[in-house]
Write a protein that binds this ligand. Structure first.
Ligand code: MN
Ligand code: MN
Length: 294
């Protein structure tokens, strides 16, 4: 693990969050917010670890604006973005209430408190289900439910979800936190606490580099391999590079089995969801919250 790059990615994510947060108001195009966040990351010397997620109300995650998106901000908005420095990732998210709604504010407080409590007990050797238990208890004590089929995750170089999950409930698996990089991300909901797949998100990931016939698909594949490697990217970025003909390439790559497209994740009862997320670096004898402390 490259600690220096992990710290730099975290610091960049923190700065971008502090810069964008006061700019988010009701009625602004989601596209504008995503573009601002992503340009700022690059301006500060980072790269994009995944497309900015701007998910409203019952959409828990995986909404990123398309190149021609006209949606304006409203409701309970989750802002989730990622920075990487040579593949070392900082993953951060926060929620904003744009309706002056008591329930939204309480939902936001619930996921934030759960995140704080989980961070407090994070260290090498902590059983991961203890984190889940703390998150669950905190959210339930606020009168809501955690989303049980969304979780935090370990991260490795160019690998956003590297295999270990950080549960949002007590899942009793007996796995302990080891040295490494983790994203902790509680989701609180006024619903039953499950998400299901919604519409296609326009967020993709390379899963197979096998040959593809059409020239535009080849061109797009080469760009993805060089620019994003195994990190998620979105159709909007492909349009930025290739124009709308890039969308044909994407479609062919998806049909050919080169790409996986993620679905939007929607709360099953269409109830509202809040999210809070930080990245932590667990070292031998200390824990650094990379997206907050430096
Ligand atoms: Mn995230
Ligand atoms: Mn994450």
């Amino acid at each position: 693990m490259n600690k220096e790059k992990i710290i730099k990615a975290g610091k960049t994510a923190k700065e971008v969050r502090e810069w964008i947060k006061p700019q988010i108001k009701k009625g602004i195009p989601l596209l504008e917010i995503a573009e601002k966040i992503e340009s700022k990351i690059i301006e500060l010397g980072g790269k994009l670890a995944f497309p900015t997620n701007l998910s409203i109300n019952e959409i828990a995650a995986h909404y990123t604006p398309s190149h021609d998106d006209e949606t304006l901000t409203y409701g309970l908005l989750k802002i989730d973005f990622g920075v990487h420095v040579d593949g070392w990732i900082a993953d951060i998210a926060f929620s904003i209430d744009l309706e002056n709604s008591e329930e939204n504010k309480k939902l936001i407080e619930a996921s934030e408190k759960a995140l704080e409590n989980a961070i407090k007990i994070s260290k090498k050797g902590t059983p991961l289900n203890e984190l889940g238990k703390t998150i669950q208890e905190t959210i339930e004590s606020c009168g809501f439910s955690p989303v049980i089929n969304l979780s935090g995750h370990s991260m490795e170089e160019y690998d956003l979800h590297s295999g270990i999950t950080v549960p949002n409930v007590d899942d009793d698996r007996g796995i302990k936190m080891e040295k490494g990089l983790y994203a902790i991300e509680p989701f609180a909901t006024s619903g039953s606490g499950k998400v299901h797949d919604g519409k296609p998100s326009g967020i993709y990931m390379l899963i197979n580099e096998k040959n593809v016939r059409s020239p535009i698909a080849r061109e797009v594949l080469k760009f993805i391999e060089e620019e994003y490697q195994t990190l998620p990217f979105c159709s909007r970025w492909i349009v930025k590079k290739f124009g709308t003909r890039g969308l044909f390439g994407l479609k062919q790559l998806e049909d050919n089995g080169n790409l996986h497209q993620f679905a939007q994740l929607v709360e099953s009862g269409k109830e509202k969801v809040s999210q809070a997320e930080h990245t932590i670096f667990v070292d031998e004898d200390k824990v650094i919250v990379t997206t907050r402390e430096n």
